[in-house]
Each structure stands twice: as structure tokens, then as C-alpha cells.
Design a protein around this ligand. Structure first.
Ligand code: SAH
Length: 400
């Protein structure tokens, strides 16, 4: 393919590249990247995500934002900012909940801000959310496109989180961080080495992994002295984005909800590819398969640098249970007349909740202002304070 030719030319000219550089090229190269050209999400794509499996998933996330908005004293305006919205299904389900709860949100000025690098996917999102009511913005505007949702809410598109205007914001990143480029490191007898991608000298047009002959700048920066694993993956771009989210929440208020598969700093080699819903060799036919690595939540927590409080990671099945998925399922089952719909509802519930499926490996993680969890004024007698409402999802949802 064109991407492989582009990469082999580059590798011949300037030598092996880091896995991060390889992943960035394969996924988001402006001409040939996987997300740029195809997008891959959905039943007909290469992988299927929770919002594509069941509308209940997005509805419960919508309720999470409303519940946090209420707990934070119902500010008069907020931005919903989604990173990597895929086909736009999750935002669509959230906006449906906002519409259903319009009486609660009536005096609140809501806008939607989507951070999306893929022109192909931004088109699909625009069709899904606005029914095509969008217009490109002139060069020099921070948003590259704008429109109005079917429910009447303004929507803006950006390439980078830094372009999103400041202001009280609820952030959402579902299966976003796992698509960002990782560096890979291997412990050897001579110390830590970075895993690089090179051309296989034996087989034409085939790529292979090699180890850097000495330490690289990344090994010095990203491996902790106390590291006990023999193989480590680090995603510096995820770290930078979490830093930005944490600074923005500290300064302007709001919250961030991150949902992804991942671990808490314990796993080693998780880099893998998907094509047509099957595992795919990460080095073969770059640009035609989704490449992904588990999110290291311990790293995200560290990169919040104490600017915000963090909650989680908590398993998806516990989060959704706390959000009331069982009750929601019962209501939908009661309201559905035919057996096929009921079977579909039960099947999608099982996909989301079963520990063997998505229930255990997917996690929820949140960034919240410190004052959301601890009363800011510690001088006051604690007993004189009304207790802060628990954060839904990480605790049971209490709707008042
Ligand atoms: N959240 C969606 C889609 C997940 S796929 C869902 O759960 O169904 C990953 C998404 O992130 C895609 O929309 C992809 O185009 C986008 N993406 C990948 N790298 C990105 C980057 N560096 N900046 C912004 N968006 C990116």
C-alpha cells in the first residue's frame, strides 16, 4: 500500500523510528492515515465501541454530566467537549438525555465542542448530529466547522483541545487515549532500550521491531527509577492532554470523564491491531488497521499533577451498575413489544457488563476540581457543613 511505501522510503532515508512515530503515521497521517481515510468505528468497521452497542451507554453518561452539573451548583452555562467522537453516536445519545431533561437544564446555556482530526469522521459526525446543517469556518477561526444539533444546540469542531475556547466544561474521552501513539521500552542486560520500527533486511517490504543500540531521549524521560516491569509502554501525548484538561478544570471548572480499556500501571505489552474485528499484526499493511494500546491510568493520574482530584479507574460494569443500568434495562424491556428487540437489549447489556466481555477490561476515570470532593474551607467545623453529594458512577447515583 501507499502507506507502507511512504514508511519504507522514510526508514531507508533516516533509519528506524520510534513506535510512537510509526503509530502516528499509521493512524493520523493526513493523506494515508487509518483514521484520516476510514475511521473504522462501528459494526461494519474494524472495531465496535460501547456507544455503538447500546444507546443506554450514552444515556447514562449524559445523566452523569447532569448529576455533576447539579452537584456543582447548576452553573448557568457549560461546554460539552468530546475528544475523538468517532461516529458521533455518544454525543447523540447524551444530547437526547439533555433534551429529555430540558426542564432541568432550561436556564443553562449548553454548547458542544468536538475535537476530531479525521475529516472523514467529522463528516459522519456532522451528518449524525446536525442532519447536515454545518458550515466550514474561515481559516484562522479556532473551529474548522460549525453547525447546530437536531436538538438546537450549537456544535463546533476543532483539531486540537487547545483550540477549544476556555470556560466551564465537561470533557469526555471514550476510546480516545488508546488511539494515541505510545513509546515502548524493553529492559535489557545493558539497561533500558527503546523498541523501534525498522525495515526487515531479509524480507522486502516487511517491517520489524528492533531495539535502540543505546538509551534514547525517551528512555531517560519516561522510565521511572523504581520501575519493576521488564517492558513498559508510555503515551506522552495522553500525558500532555491530561495536563491540559487538569489545568482547564482547575482554572474554569467542570469535570472530565475518561473511559477506555486499560490498567493501573501493571501491564506490559498491550500494543495490538484490529482489522475486520480480528487481531491484526501491528506491523503489516500499516494504515489499513486500527492500532491501539491499553491506557495506563496510573500515568494519567500522575499527569494531572494534583491540579485536580482524580477518581478511578473503576470497572465499566461497576460504573454502569452505579449509574442505574439495571433499572434502565428493566424499563426498556417493559416498553419493548417484540422478542427481537428484547433479545437485542439483553445481548447489548451482556456485551457491556459481562466481565468476560467489556465489563471488566473497560474502566472509568474522572478528573474533578478538589472542592468537588473536599470542602475548601477546612477551618470551619466539619459538622457544620452539609456533606458533598457523592460522585455518581464511582458511588451509587442519588437523584434528588
Ligand atoms: N469515541 C468514539 C470513537 C473512538 S475511535 C467511540 O467510542 O465510538 C478514536 C477517535 O479518536 C476517532 O474519532 C479518531 O479519529 C480520533 N482521533 C484519533 N487520534 C486523534 C488525535 N490525535 N486528535 C483528535 N482525535 C483523534
Amino acid at each position: 500500500g501507499a502507506m507502507l511505501r511512504h514508511l519504507t522510503r522514510k526508514l531507508r532515508a533516516s533509519g528506524p523510528v520510534t513506535v510512537a512515530e510509526y503509530m502516528r503515521e499509521a493512524l493520523t497521517n493526513p493523506g494515508q492515515g487509518y483514521y484520516t481515510r476510514r475511521g473504522g468505528v462501528g459494526e461494519s468497521g474494524d472495531f465496535i465501541t460501547s456507544p455503538e452497542i447500546s444507546q443506554v451507554f450514552g444515556e447514562l453518561i449524559g445523566i452523569w454530566y447532569i448529576s455533576e452539573w447539579m452537584a456543582m451548583g447548576k452553573p448557568s452555562t457549560f461546554q460539552l467537549v468530546e475528544l475523538g467522537p468517532g461516529r458521533g453516536t455518544l454525543t447523540e445519545d447524551i444530547l437526547r438525555v439533555f433534551k429529555q431533561l430540558a426542564s432541568v437544564l432550561s436556564k443553562c446555556d449548553v454548547s458542544v465542542h468536538l475535537v476530531e482530526v479525521s475529516p472523514k469522521l467529522s463528516e459522519i459526525q456532522a451528518a449524525m448530529l446536525t442532519g447536515g446543517k454545518v458550515q466550514p469556518n474561515p481559516e484562522g477561526e479556532s473551529a474548522y466547522m460549525k453547525g447546530v444539533s437536531k436538538t438546537g444546540i450549537p456544535i463546533f469542531w476543532y483539531r486540537d483541545i487547545q483550540d477549544v475556547p476556555p470556560g466551564y466544561s465537561f470533557y469526555l474521552a471514550h476510546e480516545f487515549f488508546d488511539a494515541l501513539p505510545i513509546h515502548k521500552f524493553q529492559r535489557t542486560e545493558k539497561g533500558w532500550r527503546e523498541v523501534l520500527v525498522d525495515i526487515d533486511p531479509e524480507v522486502p517490504d516487511q517491517l520489524r521491531f528492533v531495539l535502540s543500540p543505546s538509551r534514547t531521549p525517551a528512555t531517560q524521560n519516561f522510565i521511572q527509577a523504581e520501575e519493576t516491569r521488564d517492558h513498559v509502554e508510555v503515551c506522552p501525548e495522553a500525558g500532555v492532554i491530561v495536563q491540559r484538561l487538569a489545568s482547564r478544570i482547575e482554572k474554569d471548572g467542570g469535570a472530565a470523564l475518561v473511559a477506555d480499556y486499560g490498567h493501573d500501571g501493571t501491564k506490559t505489552d498491550t500494543f495490538r491491531g484490529f482489522r475486520n474485528h480480528k487481531l491484526h499484526d501491528v506491523l503489516s499493511a500499516p494504515g489499513t488497521a486500527d492500532l491501539t494500546a491499553d491506557v495506563d491510568f496510573s500515568y494519567l493520574r500522575k499527569m494531572a499533577q494534583g491540579r485536580t482530584a482524580t477518581l478511578g479507574p473503576i470497572k465499566q460494569r461497576e460504573f454502569l451498575k452505579n449509574m442505574g443500568i439495571d433499572l434502565r434495562l428493566q424499563v426498556l424491556l417493559q416498553n419493548s413489544g417484540d422478542t427481537a428487540t428484547r433479545e437485542q437489549l439483553l445481548h447489548s447489556y451482556d456485551m457491556l457488563m459481562n466481565p468476560e466481555k467489556m465489563g471488566d477490561c473497560f474502566n472509568f476515570f474522572a478528573l474533578l476540581p478538589h472542592h468537588r470532593l473536599v470542602h475548601p474551607d477546612k477551618k470551619d467545623k466539619p459538622e457544620s457543613k452539609s456533606p458533598l453529594p457523592p460522585v455518581a458512577g464511582f458511588n451509587e447515583l442519588l437523584l434528588k
